[in-house]
Ligand binder design. Structure first.
Ligand SMILES: Cc1cc2nc3c(=O)[nH]c(=O)nc-3n(C[C@H](O)[C@H](O)[C@H](O)COP(=O)(O)OP(=O)(O)OC[C@H]3O[C@@H](n4cnc5c(N)ncnc54)[C@H](O)[C@@H]3O)c2cc1C
Ligand SMILES: NC(=O)C1=CN([C@@H]2O[C@H](COP(=O)(O)OP(=O)(O)OC[C@H]3O[C@@H](n4cnc5c(N)ncnc54)[C@H](OP(=O)(O)O)[C@@H]3O)[C@@H](O)[C@H]2O)C=CC1
Ligand SMILES: CC(C)=CCC[C@@H](C)[C@H]1CC[C@H]2C3=C(CC[C@]12C)[C@@]1(C)CC[C@H](O)C[C@@H]1CC3
Length: 504
């Protein structure tokens, strides 16, 4: 009887997940956000965070000092106490059940220094919080990954990318210094000029060199609108050639492409502005507006180059309401205008709550019939790569975001040149080819990417072997740092935290 009830419950959750999402998750997400809104507002207004920061850091240090007292043979390794379901990575780390968890209650924006043009933040500050605070002061950060709940700590220790990355690089390239607690409990600061190796070793290290406690990020001026020009293409080759040209012009502040099939795509070029010059303002973030990727698709349908003005914050969070295009699988009628008018203001459900309520059967469904991957490939191979993804998955839209990769020491850099233009190809959705096999297909994609000197984003399912992983990512500096800082007892290697076997 119990089994039957469970079976029925699973059936409803898979086929009518929208009922649960609309009746339960959307209201819960709303109240959770409201609570965060109030809490952050009060802390920021009272400006009490800088004082509390030192105390909170001392508490993290104390936890690590206490851990150091545990006898060697019983010593578990360390990870942050942030529960796996709260993170924006696709899966939850199994290690969260067995490792010694360090409470890192560091959630505040510490200081906005307008003279130095920097902002100092704690690692759990998220993107929603940053845009909301900075934009009204007339500032923004150069690379602002578009999902509200992404945290600074996760983006530094993992990686972050946005449509301004062809100018500024990845999120890590906009960071000026890090404050970190090492396995011996000491607190260090590192930057280009102080503890330089550590500064370059931290990005992509996934919390395996130390616990991050603060980050200083560069600020740039923010204007009110993005003047966004949409240029439809009917040929992949022409789009790829055009993209090569526009990314080297720094006047094109934001560049992004959505590919809707193997031939058709829309290239978007954005520029910040305070003036509208008689153009049309489109507040795409309003609850009743069509989902952004649907809006772009309609421009492709009309086959005309269009320019419009989008409020800055709406632009930044353009893929938030529809979770890129993932929400269409969860609420199939989510972009219907009646739904948008009535309940659009409650959307999206929080990714963390979706994760928390993902049952084993839904997980299996996502593993076997869904792909979520971001592959970072030299831009010159864009056409070849899209052809390959088409052959392997036939998933559309594809998210295409060019970025500049300098040859800094550390995990990720171009093979030879001083700086090279790369592109992130994001594949999110249900593969449309019968031969799709999650492991085999992903392994073929991983090999393809590795052969082109590309990289895989590590929030996704990683099927490489450890040897292949070490080939994809340059471990030279990382190994040196782990030896020097005695990290081996304290933290596992990155691979052992991110590989498919290490996550459920
Ligand atoms: C203080 C605060 C903290 C928030 N923290 C989070 C969060 O951690 N994660 C999350 O997903 N969403 C957070 N939100 C909500 C987030 O802004 C919403 O998800 C959504 O983007 C709200 O959009 P809106 O267009 O309704 O209002 P907004 O465009 O956000 O504007 C409403 C007003 O509130 C101000 N404001 C908005 N957010 C903040 C902020 N964080 N700090 C200071 N002022 C702010 C704006 O500048 C504006 O004056 C927060 C909101 C506030 C006000
Ligand atoms: N546009 C974009 O760029 C997007 C990026 N992403 C990806 O999402 C991930 C970020 O998600 P988010 O939920 O913010 O981060 P997570 O909580 O998933 O953290 C990612 C890693 O960073 C480590 N980490 C986080 N904070 C600290 C800290 N204070 N000290 C030491 N280690 C820390 C975590 O360690 P531990 O395991 O010990 O907790 C974990 O290994 C990144 O991998 C990013 O690439 C996803 C969507 C979009
Ligand atoms: C722009 C970049 C670089 C990445 C975007 C990645 C996102 C599209 C994914 C990151 C985490 C993913 C999750 C889901 C959808 C796709 C992501 C947001 C789910 C919401 C899908 C439904 C499952 O039940 C839960 C998933 C959680 C993580």
């Amino acid at each position: 009887m119990a089994l039957k009830t469970t079976g029925l419950f699973e059936y409803i959750l898979i086929n009518y997940r929208w009922v649960f999402v609309c009746l339960f998750l959307l209201p819960v997400s709303f109240f959770f956000d409201a609570w965060m809104y109030l809490r952050n507002y009060i802390v920021f207004k009272l400006n009490s965070a800088p004082l509390l920061h030192d105390k909170k850091v001392q508490y993290v240090q104390k936890q690590i000092q206490d851990w150091n007292k545990i006898e060697k043979q019983n010593k578990p390794r360390l990870c942050t106490a942030r529960p796996g379901w709260q993170t924006m990575s696709f899966r939850e780390g199994i290690y969260k059940d067995t490792y010694h968890k360090i409470q890192v209650n560091l959630v505040d924006i510490l200081q906005v220094d307008e003279m130095k043009q920097t902002v100092r933040v704690e690692p759990l500050v998220n993107m929603g919080q940053l845009t909301a605070t900075l934009n009204k002061l007339g500032w923004t950060i150069p690379v602002l990954p578009e999902m509200d709940d992404l945290t600074v700590g996760g983006l530094v220790m993992g990686t972050g990318i946005e449509s301004s990355s062809h100018i500024y690089g990845l999120f890590q390239h906009t960071c000026l210094s890090y404050e970190l607690i090492l396995p011996d409990g000491s607190l260090v600061t590192c930057s280009e000029i102080e503890n330089r190796e550590l500064f370059y070793g931290i990005p992509w290290s996934y919390g395996t060199l130390g616990i991050l406690t603060a980050v200083e990020i560069k600020l740039i001026p923010a204007k009110k609108y993005i003047q966004l020009t949409y240029q439809p293409f009917r040929s992949l080759e022409k789009m790829a050639d055009y993209l090569q040209k526009i990314v080297v012009n720094e006047k094109n502040e934001f560049v992004e492409v959505l590919a809707f099939n193997e031939d058709e795509s829309v290239v978007m070029i954005g520029k910040q502005t305070d003036k509208i010059n008689g153009g049309v303002v489109n507040s795409i973030g309003k609850w009743y507006k069509p989902w952004f990727f649907k809006h772009v698709e309609s421009i492709l349908g009309n086959n005309k180059c269009v320019t419009e003005y989008i409020p800055l914050r709406d632009y930044y969070h353009r893929h938030t309401r529809s979770i890129f295009w993932e929400l269409q699988d969860i609420i199939p009628f989510g972009n219907n205008f009646i739904f948008r008018f009535l309940l659009g203001w409650l959307v999206p459900p929080k990714v963390s709550l979706l994760k928390l309520t993902t049952t084993e059967t839904i997980k299996k469904l996502y593993t076997n019939h869904h792909i979520i991957q971001d592959m970072l490939i030299p831009l010159k191979y864009l056409k070849k790569s899209i052809d390959f993804f088409h052959k392997e998955t036939r998933v559309y839209p594809l998210w295409i975001c060019p970025f500049k990769l300098p040859n800094n020491p550390g995990f990720v850099h171009p093979a030879k040149s001083n700086v090279e233009m790369y592109v992130d190809i994001g594949v999110y959705g249900v593969p449309k080819i019968a031969s799709f096999k999650p492991r085999d297909t992903t392994r073929r994609i991983e090999k393809f990417v590795m052969d082109l000197n590309g990289f895989q984003m590590l929030y996704a399912d990683i099927y490489t072997t450890k040897e292949e992983f070490r080939k994809m990512f340059d471990h030279t500096l990382y190994d040196e740092l782990r030896d020097k800082l005695k990290c081996n007892d304290a933290f596992p290697e990155v691979y052992d935290k991110v590989s498919k076997e290490a996550r459920r």
